[in-house]
Each structure stands twice: as structure tokens, then as C-alpha cells.
Design a protein around this ligand. Structure first.
Ligand SMILES: *[C@@H]1O[C@H](CO)[C@@H](O)[C@H](O)[C@H]1NC(C)=O
Ligand SMILES: *[C@@H]1O[C@H](CO)[C@@H](O)[C@H](O)[C@H]1NC(C)=O
Length: 378
């Protein structure tokens, strides 16, 4: 009877130690877990590919230096961050970031080097801020930039000059821009879509498009304050003829509070070109080849609507994929928890098995010795 109880007692003792060990181990792991999670700034949410600090009323860019996720997207929109200086967005994982949202966040100023460390940046959203200018070279060295949204700012005057060899989509809706200059298009050699709806453009200088280096470009210019005169007609027909604009968009000018559809009103064309040229210069203004929509063999080999649709689709798909990807992935903290819990589980089980085996072997060995000695004694 005594011999029977000893090993089980010993195993119990062993389990006691094991329990203590297990508690210590869990404390250690809890500390590790806490450390692992602390990478995400307090007021932000981190997943394995995104950091969101949207609508958190923060007034400066948080410190992302200790994040341990690989952020593809950073959303800082809906805050009140006035300035982005040189180092605000320089952190160890800056190079991973492809999309930055800084819209609706009271931005007044951006330093020209603000985004330099984000060498893989593709999309930058700076809409609905208080910007009156942007440094012309602030995305110049970002060779993957595809989309820049500056809509809803206060540029008031010439379209800002932006330099980028890769940028494909530039949107500046509702920015109080009054003109497009040669300079504003000169440094955007890969631009495919320029959206300038709802600005204060009264007329356009077609010279800006004569020196353009981009292969094909689509301009969105409806809902501007076009002046009803022959110069406007000439310029818009030139743009339509070169397929820079889509004449089925709403191009109107206002005269005596009446909106006139520029591409749908022959009377208007005749009337206003006659008025402009009534002081005996050139009555036959529309006889000029530049003015008329080109026939198909002169037209550039692309379809405006198709480009727009494709771009739209691409962005929608990208967003959808991003969203799905986001949904399917566990959040980083969940991710970490899963990892640490499974590791801790295996460690505990391993130690437990090793411990029990050792005890059992020891006990068995002792038993054998004892029974041996008993037999010998007998
Ligand atoms: C910022 O822009 C993105 C994309 O357009 C939009 O989904 C998001 O709601 C905007 N943020 C705020 C705070 O409006
Ligand atoms: C617009 O109003 C001005 C002055 O009120 C008038 O002289 C002109 O003929 C009007 N133009 C048109 C197109 O109605």
C-alpha cells in the first residue's frame, strides 16, 4: 500500500511545481503580449496591413516608430493636423506604405520632404483641407505615385504646379482654380486623368496642351464658370477635337443668368463668335481646322469613356480587395494573441509532458530499486 501511494504523491508534488511554473510562464507571456501590442498608438487601430486613426481629434501625427505591423494603408483623416513636417511621417516602416489618407484634417501646410520616406506611396488623399499651395516637388521623388487627390482646397488662381513622372490621376475638384497654365501640365508626363470640375475657370489657354508630353490625357472641366465668348468656344472645341474632354459632359456658360450648353447649341456658337468678331477681324472662325472635332483617323487611339471606366473599375476593385483582405485577416492584436497563445500552449504541454515523464521514470526506477532490494532481503 505504501509503495503504491508514493509515486502518485510525487506526481502531485511535481504538478504543484508545474502549476507554479505555468503561472510564471503565463505572466511572462502576458508581458510579452502587452509589449507586442504596444506598437500601435493608443488612439489608432492596427491590423496587419493598416493603421487607422480616423476621426480621433488628434492634432499631430502619432509616432509610428514602434509599430510591428506592415502598414500598407495609413488613415489619418478627420483630425485636426495642421502641418506635416519633414519627419512626421519618417518611421522605420514608412517604406511599406502605399496609401495615405490625410483628407478632412485641417491641413494648412505640407513640407516638401514630408512624404520622402514613403518611397512606395501610390495614393495620397489630401482633399477637403485648408491648403492654399503645395510644394511643387513634394511627390517628385515618389516613383510609384499614381493618384493624388487635392480636391476641396483653396488654391485660388493658377492650378498648382506638381512634378511627377508617374502620376496618373490628379483631382482638384472645387479648389477655386481660375486657370490651367503651361507650367501646370508640363511636369506630369504620365497623367491620364485630370479632374478640375467645380472650379472658377473662365477660359483656357490651349497653348498649355500644345506642349503637353503625356501620351493621352482626359480632362474633366464641367461646372466651371466659363465665359460665354468665342475664345471659350474655340478652346473647348479644340480640347474636344483632340479628345482631351468629353463633349457629352456638362459644359455651360452663363449669360444674363441663362445657362447655355456649349456643345449643344449651334445658335450659341454662331451668335457669340459673331459678336466677338463683329469688329471685322475674322468672321469665319469655325472654318479653322483646330476648332472642329477631328475625324477618326486624326483622333488619338483611345476612348475617353473607356479610360474613365477602367480607372474607376480599377480603383473600385482595389478598394474592394483591400476591404475584403482587411476583413479576412485577424487584427494584429488578435494575430499576436493567437501566435502567443499557441506558442505558450505548446510550451506548457511540452514542459508538462517532460516533467511527468521525468517523474514517472524516476519513480519507476526507484520502485524497481526498492523492490529489488526487498527481493534481495527476502
Ligand atoms: C477620406 O477619404 C476617404 C476616401 O475618399 C473616405 O473614405 C473617408 O471617409 C474620408 N475621411 C473622412 C474623415 O471624411
Ligand atoms: C444681356 O444683358 C445685357 C444688358 O442687360 C444686354 O445688353 C444683352 O443683350 C443681353 N444678352 C443676351 C444674350 O440676352
Amino acid at each position: 500500500m505504501f509503495l503504491f501511494y508514493t509515486p502518485s504523491l510525487k506526481v502531485f508534488c511535481g504538478l504543484d511545481i508545474l502549476k507554479r511554473r505555468r503561472i510564471q510562464l503565463f505572466i511572462l507571456l502576458a508581458c510579452l503580449l502587452a509589449l507586442a501590442e504596444s506598437g500601435c498608438p493608443d488612439f489608432c487601430k492596427c491590423t496587419s496591413i493598416a493603421i487607422s486613426c480616423m476621426n480621433r481629434d488628434i492634432d499631430r501625427i502619432p509616432n509610428f516608430d514602434s509599430i510591428n505591423v506592415d502598414p500598407i494603408t495609413i488613415d489619418l483623416s478627420g483630425n485636426r493636423i495642421n502641418i506635416i513636417d519633414k519627419v512626421d511621417l519618417h518611421f522605420s516602416k514608412s517604406y511599406m506604405v502605399k496609401e495615405v489618407y490625410l483628407n478632412d484634417t485641417n491641413l494648412i501646410d505640407i513640407e516638401s520632404e514630408a512624404f520622402n520616406k514613403m518611397e512606395n506611396l501610390q495614393e495620397l488623399y489630401l482633399g477637403n483641407n485648408l491648403l492654399t499651395s503645395v510644394p511643387s516637388d513634394f511627390i517628385k521623388d515618389l516613383y510609384n505615385m499614381v493618384l493624388l487627390d487635392l480636391s476641396g482646397n483653396y488654391f485660388e488662381g493658377d492650378m498648382p504646379v506638381i512634378q511627377s513622372e508617374s502620376l496618373e490621376v490628379l483631382t482638384m475638384l472645387n479648389c477655386q482654380i481660375t486657370s490651367i497654365t503651361v507650367e501646370s501640365l508640363k511636369h506630369l508626363s504620365n497623367l491620364k486623368l485630370l479632374s478640375l470640375e467645380q472650379n472658377n475657370i473662365q477660359h483656357i489657354d490651349t497653348n498649355a496642351f500644345e506642349s503637353i508630353s503625356t501620351k493621352w490625357l482626359m480632362l474633366k472641366l464641367p461646372f466651371n464658370t466659363w465665359k460665354c465668348n468665342c475664345q471659350t468656344i474655340k478652346a473647348l472645341f479644340f480640347l474636344s477635337g483632340h479628345k482631351y474632354i468629353d463633349p457629352s459632359d456638362q459644359y455651360e456658360c452663363q449669360i444674363n443668368k441663362t445657362a447655355i450648353k456649349i456643345f449643344k447649341s449651334n445658335e450659341f456658337i454662331e451668335e457669340f463668335c459673331d459678336i466677338s468678331y463683329s469688329n471685322g477681324q475674322n468672321q469665319n472662325v469655325l472654318g479653322n481646322d483646330d476648332l472642329l472635332p477631328m475625324d477618326d483617323n486624326n483622333a488619338k487611339p483611345y476612348d475617353l469613356q473607356k479610360i474613365e471606366n477602367t480607372l474607376q473599375e480599377e480603383f473600385e476593385n482595389e478598394n474592394k480587395q483591400g476591404a475584403e483582405y482587411n476583413q479576412n485577416l485577424p487584427t494584429s492584436s488578435e494575430h499576436n494573441k493567437i501566435d502567443y497563445l499557441s506558442i505558450s500552449f505548446f510550451v506548457v504541454v511540452f514542459i508538462a509532458i517532460a516533467f511527468i515523464l521525468k517523474r514517472l521514470i524516476l519513480v519507476e526506477y526507484k520502485n524497481m530499486n526498492e523492490s529489488d532490494s526487498t527481493t534481495q532481503l527476502l
